[in-house]
Write a protein that binds this ligand. Structure first.
Ligand code: ZN
Length: 262
């Protein structure tokens, strides 16, 4: 019996709801396999968890709260009151991305790993926002608050707590300060930013080789306090602005963060 599901936008055959590739024409039907990646890579990670957090003095201009804002499609990185008070946490589903690509993560060692972020069309930051990326050393719970609604929600990380039961050792996130990647967010307009995070991920692949366990708590991105700038903040698209998983036939621009392994 035919399963009532999604109709392939290319060949019109009906597929069951959760397929990623059409059973007749084998075209990718839905996020995260589609749209096609914009850069060469062995594996592209496009799903994961994220949260925007802010310091106690850094209520966003439109929302006075220092809860996280993981449910938001777009959120700020940079300076509001304190220089590094608006931060972003992100952890990609890397093991899933490898298994979806039918590659063994154990047999892989990256030459290049590139994080791609996209800025939204928010206000002018005054100057480019210099940013720095570190590896988190403690897992975080995905954000659940919402800027727009300004509801207090428990259960996600925030400036003080990594998860509902566990605080950060240092407010604002625990990360490995020995190893970092740098970049900057252009002061205004929509842009795609490539950040070379190879060194951060080489460490994780080396440790996988030694321990046979993949351990990655994700990354934290904040303004680089070592670079002088009068910048404020720029907003980037988070995972909540991703496509839904329904099949679609035309190419659309990806706005959410991506991680490219070469
Ligand atoms: Zn088809």
């Amino acid at each position: 019996m035919e399963v009532e599901g999604s109709r392939c936008p290319f060949c019109a055959v009906s597929n069951s709801d959760n397929v990623k590739f059409c059973r007749r024409c084998l075209k990718a039907m839905a996020w995260p396999e589609k749209p096609r990646p914009s850069r060469p890579a062995f594996v592209v990670a496009r799903t994961g968890i994220d949260a925007f957090i802010r310091g106690p003095n850094d209520g966003h201009p439109r929302n006075k709260s220092f809860d996280n804002s993981g449910d938001d499609a777009i959120g700020p990185i940079g300076t509001f009151f304190s220089p590094t008070g608006l931060r972003y946490l992100i952890r990609f589903d890397i093991e899933k991305a490898f298994s979806d690509a039918r590659l063994s993560i154990n047999d892989f060692f990256p030459e290049h790993v590139t994080l791609v972020l996209r800025t939204g069309n928010d206000e002018d930051a005054g100057e480019n926002v210099p940013i720095v990326v570190f590896s988190l050393t403690r897992p975080f719970a995905e954000g659940t608050g919402e800027w727009g609604r300004h509801w207090r929600k428990d259960g996600g990380c925030n400036w003080i707590m990594a998860s509902p039961d566990l605080s950060w050792k240092r407010p604002g996130g625990d990360f490995d300060e020995e190893n970092w990647a740098k970049s900057e967010l252009p002061r205004k307009g929509e842009h795609e930013i490539e950040i070379d995070v190879t060194e951060l991920y080489k460490q994780k692949f080396e440790s996988l080789k030694q321990t046979n366990r993949w351990e990655d708590f994700g990354m934290i991105i904040l303004r680089n306090p070592k670079i002088y700038s009068k910048c404020r903040f720029r907003s980037i698209y988070g995972f909540q602005s991703s496509f839904d998983e329904k099949p679609f036939s035309y190419e659309r621009a990806v706005k959410t963060p991506e991680l490219y392994f070469e």
